[in-house]
Design a protein around this ligand. Structure first.
Ligand code: HEM
Ligand code: NAG
Ligand code: NAG
Ligand code: NAG
Length: 317
């Protein structure tokens, strides 16, 4: 029957075809060698005007990956009929940074026309944002293709709301193949950025597991009455909202989490010890955050000939 050589060849071919459908760090190294050097300056210039945009792009990546995988679906404009992801509840009025992605895509199209997906541009932008704001660096895996559809209903179902309990957070992440540890580490993304009053009102008025002076401070710019001051902003990390550090966890151990879901991570439950560890060790947090980002970036990508390489990130070809 099969000679050893044939078996080896068969095995190599099998590995080759299997790996063609996996993401890899060097996916564009011959097709677009200037990719990273093209993305970073555009992003840097945007963040030099508004640091919060780095937070907004990190969040876009999370919301992209949690809905049908990291396929650029959240980038599709749905203002024509409001049936896409941008007007789903977790994104409506809060997802932002789309113009930066469009700008980066234009620069990348000039350098390497028709080659790099919007899904990959978002993954690189999320990483670069973290780095620019002082967080850890890592190699981003690439090779995702862009979806031709978006799903409002899946965005509403799969992205956890800020009212979530610990067990709900754990199960929404588990549904995407992410562990409880990944969930706690990735929540550290809230060390940067802002939230609207509507997202934390119930926590600062109704929850008891909150530091009293912190609640008072946040109430001063977030009226109790729903419909008033709904879009007033507060920093997710009261200490350093434009620096990627471990202060998010240091706040949690002092009952100064902004969202109900944040404080659920340190509320006498199974994740307390991890929060305490991250609050003490920036290095441990960074390592687990990076591992979580790489895992999240692997959620059901479109590869091979699936999907497309969009010309404009806001619309299908
Ligand atoms: C664990 C479950 C999570 C919940 C319930 C949650 C919920 C929220 C909410 C309600 C906001 C504020 C939206 C607004 O009112 O404008 C927000 C903002 C944000 N989230 Fe999350 N989030 C979660 C996990 C994550 C993850 C995994 C990341 C990234 C790794 C992330 C990154 C961010 C960032 C950076 C912002 C600020 C965005 C900005 O300033 O534009 N979140 N999140
Ligand atoms: C909504 O509009 C987009 C963009 O014009 C289009 O691609 C999509 O098919 C429309 N969806 C529905 C359900 O009409
Ligand atoms: C989005 O939010 C706006 C303003 O808060 C609201 O008027 C609108 O009905 C929402 N749209 C959808 C599709 O939920
Ligand atoms: C606080 O809880 C009460 C009783 O459940 C509810 O009626 C009220 O709307 C809540 N307030 C906020 C700001 O969530």
């Amino acid at each position: 029957m099969a000679s050893p050589l044939a078996l080896v060849l068969f095995f190599l071919l099998f590995l080759g075809s299997a790996s063609a459908h996996h993401l890899s760090e060097n996916f564009y190294s011959s097709s677009c060698p200037s990719l990273f050097a093209t993305v970073k300056p555009v992003l840097k210039s945007a963040l030099s005007k508004e640091k919060r945009l780095g937070a907004s792009l990190l969040r876009l990546f999370f919301h992209d990956c949690f809905v049908n995988g990291c396929d650029g679906s959240i980038l599709l404009s749905d203002t024509a009929n409001f049936t896409g992801e941008q007007h789903a509840v977790p994104n409506n009025g809060s997802a932002r940074g789309f113009e930066v992605i469009d700008k980066i895509k234009d620069a990348v199209e000039k350098a390497c026309p028709g080659v790099v997906s919007c899904a990959d541009i978002l993954a690189i932008s999320a990483r670069d944002s973290v780095v620019i704001l002082g967080g850890p660096n890592w190699n981003v895996k690439l090779g995702r293709r862009d979806a031709r559809t978006a799903s409002k209903s899946k965005a509403n179902k799969d992205i956890p709301p800020p009212t979530s309990s610990l067990s709900q957070l754990i199960s929404k992440f588990a549904a995407k193949g992410l562990s409880t540890k990944d969930m706690v580490a990735l929540s550290g993304g809230h060390t940067i950025g802002q939230a609207r009053c509507t997202s934390f009102r119930a926590h600062i008025y109704n929850d008891t597991n909150i530091d009293a002076s912190f609640a008072k401070k946040r109430r001063s710019n977030c009226p109790r009455q729903s419909g008033t001051g709904d879009v007033n902003l507060a920093p997710e990390d009261l200490q350093t909202p434009t620096t990627f550090d471990n202060n998010y966890y240091r706040n949690l151990v002092k009952s100064k989490g902004l969202l109900h879901s944040d404080q659920e991570l340190f509320n006498g439950g199974s994740t307390d010890s991890l929060v305490r560890a991250y609050s003490r060790s920036p290095g441990t947090f960074s390592a687990d955050f990076v591992a979580g980002m790489i895992k999240m970036g692997d959620i059901s990508p479109l590869t091979g000939s699936k999907g497309e390489i969009r010309k404009k990130c806001s619309k299908i070809n």
